[in-house]
Design a binder for this molecule. Sequence first.
Ligand SMILES: Nc1nc2c(c(=O)[nH]1)N[C@H]1C(S)=C(S)[C@@H](COP(=O)(O)OP(=O)(O)OC[C@H]3O[C@@H](n4cnc5c(=O)[nH]c(N)nc54)[C@H](O)[C@@H]3O)O[C@H]1N2
Ligand SMILES: Nc1nc2c(c(=O)[nH]1)N[C@H]1C(S)=C(S)[C@@H](COP(=O)(O)OP(=O)(O)OC[C@H]3O[C@@H](n4cnc5c(=O)[nH]c(N)nc54)[C@H](O)[C@@H]3O)O[C@H]1N2
Ligand code: SF4
Ligand SMILES: [Mo]
Length: 636
Amino acid sequence: MSTKEIKTACNRDCPDACGMIAAVEDGRVVELKGDPDHPVTRGFLCYRTNRFLKRQYHPDRLTAPLIREGDSFRIASWDEVLDRIASTMLTVRDESGPAAILHYRSGGSLGLMKHVTDTFFERFGPTAVKGGDICSGAGEAAQETDFGLSDSNDLSDLLNSRTIVLWGKNPYVSNVHLLPVLKEAKERGARIVSIDPVRHKGADLADLVLQPRTGGDLALALGVAYRLFNNVGIDPAAGEYCDHLPEYQRLVHSRTLPEWAAMADVPVNGLEAFAEMYADGPSAIQIGWGMQRRRNGSTIVRAVDALAAVSGNIGVPGGGASFYFQRRAAFDTSFQKGKAAAPRLIPEHSLGRSILSAEPQVRMVWVTCGNPVATLPDSHATGEALRTRDLTVVVDSFLTDTARCADIVLPVTTMLEDDDLIGAYGHHWLAEVTPVADAPGEVKTDYGIVQALAPRVGLNGEFQEPVRAWKERMLSKDTLDALPAGAVRNPAAPRVLFHDRKFPTASGKVNLLHDPDLAIPEPPPDFPLQLMALSTRKAQCAQWEGEEPQGPIVATVHPDSAARFAEGDVAVVESEIGTLGVRLKFDDRQRPGLVLVDKCGWLSSGRSANAITPAWETDAGGGAAYYETPVRIRPA
Ligand SMILES: Nc1nc2c(c(=O)[nH]1)N[C@H]1C(S)=C(S)[C@@H](COP(=O)(O)OP(=O)(O)OC[C@H]3O[C@@H](n4cnc5c(=O)[nH]c(N)nc54)[C@H](O)[C@@H]3O)O[C@H]1N2
Ligand SMILES: Nc1nc2c(c(=O)[nH]1)N[C@H]1C(S)=C(S)[C@@H](COP(=O)(O)OP(=O)(O)OC[C@H]3O[C@@H](n4cnc5c(=O)[nH]c(N)nc54)[C@H](O)[C@@H]3O)O[C@H]1N2
Ligand code: SF4
Ligand SMILES: [Mo]
């Protein structure tokens, strides 16, 4: 049998947006490799996508629509499910208005064609959509407030840095294609600083490691700025491109350096060493996504931004405060208005409770590219909310925790069967997702589902166009024609962001943080520990490759945090909203006070940290303060 190699791209919720090469035999992918010609992928894939074929050809894959019958599902025809969905959509719109329908989309695929599903609900309603963003909302809000937008210097510009700060970022797990760039920068003499309350492998790369208390980064950033003001000095030109410099300076001097270090719970000489390395620039800060998932998360990112700005590290090669790459910047999605058009927004961080208490009622929910029962805070409330609507439709390729709460489950393609375009949030390259595998059974793409549903609810025309027409609407023809040969760098993306020191803020200058709430949230005395459910290299959020682990989830703690227990004990981690069975693992390199588990375990396997994670919001941007969950450990 002849094997064909076809280029495609990974569409998963990951900063790297890898170029892939699929070896295909008779419509079946037999091997997936990293594209050696993709400048960021460099020929390798991550742990989870190296094992994607297990998922692709898993016997549990959904291949036909399912409809609820009592406590279980039966297989149904597309006609039956689409007729039922269409009739509910029309009735609910008629009786209660389109705000009674919620279209919820998460990051199962970052493909641009997923915007067409949004557009379908916008044209039909507009319906309600999610408000805020649990993943990166707090950090994006911070950067938009400070700089007017959130974007980055070119990824390769890190090779111009003398100092690179991994501030709350674990590239070995969540951003593996940053590693070759960091290693090359090190070979060229750059020093790396890692700042993370959690000790992880990223520390192995670092010349300096600080483990501040969680949320203490605000004090740490202000302490470093203190040292700059009092020693080497800040950028003499900072006043020309920064607003609120005098107020910021007063803020920085409102505590002494030892006081800032104590607030952050780092040694004074550690803070000083960090400040010295940072001052010896150009210095680039890689702001991780983790530390903004806190109640003071947006303020932390604002403090880091301000430090980068006053030290002269914004708008220069080798500098920057990189939180995000504008992955949609090359695409024209003006055919939809998004949140601006929605009649109401249901906050994502508290989706379940917000649906349950919404007035007027949310009667129908459509979930696509997401598994919110496993991945949003307060799993039980999310499940109850979905189970108690007139109609809940879930579009997925597996019977996830969320799909189990649906009335109708629609089987959808995987990334190897989809036809789409992507940008990246970890670099500036664009790529095309090519259908390299035949879709099994009656599986459709998200767009195929919209195409079949549209005529049933009176929407025609644009939703009958071929995928290519949407792609042409979104991307210039030149770029589109170049993509089959491999990734293309977004021609409009900056090499050095803000190189002219002009910022799209109201005044055209950086808006320096100057009046923050300095309080660092503390756990209450009866729940003295903090649960942090963090990314694992073995899973993409709640998508485990191969088999999902079974048995109690492993909780890693400093031995002092579980003094009454022995390593390997089964215990119960308890928060104010629930309990989670765990197996304890001791690690004395971790900070006492933290309980570390893998994120997005399944509720149905008893491994969901989100079952005990309350729905707390970040200080801006509608993020979820996942990592602040106060807990205690008790015997099982
Ligand atoms: N293997 C794998 N890769 C993934 C994912 C996955 O599930 N698995 N998920 C993807 C997704 S959805 C996203 S959004 C991205 C980003 O995914 P994340 O895993 O969220 O990204 P990180 O930037 O590594 O942020 C996590 C780090 O933040 C640290 N952190 C938490 N609180 C604090 C704090 O208060 N201060 C400091 N300094 N650090 C703190 C944590 O200890 C951890 O090391 O990665 C994607 N990549
Ligand atoms: N406690 C805790 N919880 C967390 C986090 C944490 O750090 N701690 N991280 C959070 C973060 S950063 C994020 S981004 C969220 C992620 O939350 P989700 O986006 O809900 O995460 P996934 O488990 O990846 O769910 C995506 C689903 O989409 C499906 N899918 C894949 N491709 C397609 C497609 O083309 N079409 C359709 N319709 N479906 C598709 C997959 O099968 C999968 O079930 O989780 C969050 N949850
Ligand atoms: S999940 Fe991320 S690192 Fe893994 S193959 Fe996809 S884009 Fe690359
Ligand atoms: Mo995310």
